[in-house]
Design a protein around this ligand. Sequence first.
Ligand code: SAM
Length: 362
Amino acid sequence: MRQVNGVRPEAEAETEPIADIRALFDMYQIGVAWHCVCAISRLRVPDRLVGGARPMPLLAAEVGADEDALRRVLRLLSSHGIVAFDPVADEVSLTGRGRLLCASHPMSLQATFATLGISDVAHALTETLVTGHAAAPHVLGTGFWEYLASQPDKQTAFGEAMVEQAQLLSLPCLPLLDWPAGGVVVDVAGGIGVLTAGVLVEEPELAVVLVDQPHVLTLAVPYLESQGVIDRCTLHPGDLFVPPPPGDLYLLARVLHDWDDASAVRILRAVANGAPPGARLRLFEDLLPEHGVPSPQQNWSDVAMMVLYEGAKERTLTEYQRLLERGGWLFERVVTGPPGMSVIEASRGRTPAGPDTGEVEP
Ligand SMILES: C[S@@+](CC[C@H](N)C(=O)[O-])C[C@H]1O[C@@H](n2cnc3c(N)ncnc32)[C@H](O)[C@@H]1O
């Protein structure tokens, strides 16, 4: 059967609708499975199963869940290979896939599922589709960052999710890059410091200034202590739109895709205005292809950004180059990291960044 991107042509679909009906029902059902994974991750159910199979009544009591509800959710997840459910013994155990949802796993995705994020706001996607605006303020009553700031446990989970994702995407880029022999790296909006710690561990001669919102930096302290690097790190409470402290090299990792073009330019100009002449900049971002179809993961992330943050989007290298130019930076080169991550390198323009004069012609 001829297929385009795994989808059958319309004429065939009309005469053979069963496979497509099944595919659509799979999509219909997978949304519930996704919410089930988020819910068991938030209650840390997989962590309770690390030691082996557990009887349902005991497990429900340990995680503070309703026993019947938990049994039914885990039974559903057993058909997705996340747990094994034994209905006779009424006990449940983890599979290899489920083990990745334990917080203690070195490649854990527990916080990625547990964090406040797309699972909380995607149901309001119709709002975004009609208005073109992010759904998060519509659902949360305020902007995503402001809401996180008001909910300390959710802020903690978000920080942990950023660590998990940076471990998979950003940290593998570090050995691919040339680092200065000494000096100061400024990790702007560096969260709880996963990249900061990665740089400090790999490059013992460097010091890092970690810049983020004050309540985020409070969470960075135990993380940096746990990595044994806090003594080479300065914590600088700061705003993205205000020039950061002077440094030799600035990092903006997975920050610009959270913002619309005008805000991204303001951020780049703020960094340029804090940077001494000769300073360099590294952007860690996933780059959309210049031509052709983005990967499914990129399409997912692009829509997720659109729903979560006003004007946010994934971009091509050309689009980042234009932002850099408007932001007072000279593009130098791009280093390709693991799938889903690239590093764009730039240096500070000769003159400090003045007011933005608008879109630079291609
Ligand atoms: C997507 S996270 C990326 C964190 C980190 N760079 C990483 O790669 O894991 C974006 C970061 O931007 C920070 N942020 C958002 N708005 C900010 C603002 N106005 N000033 C400073 N930081 C801000 C958030 O606190 C968060 O840590």
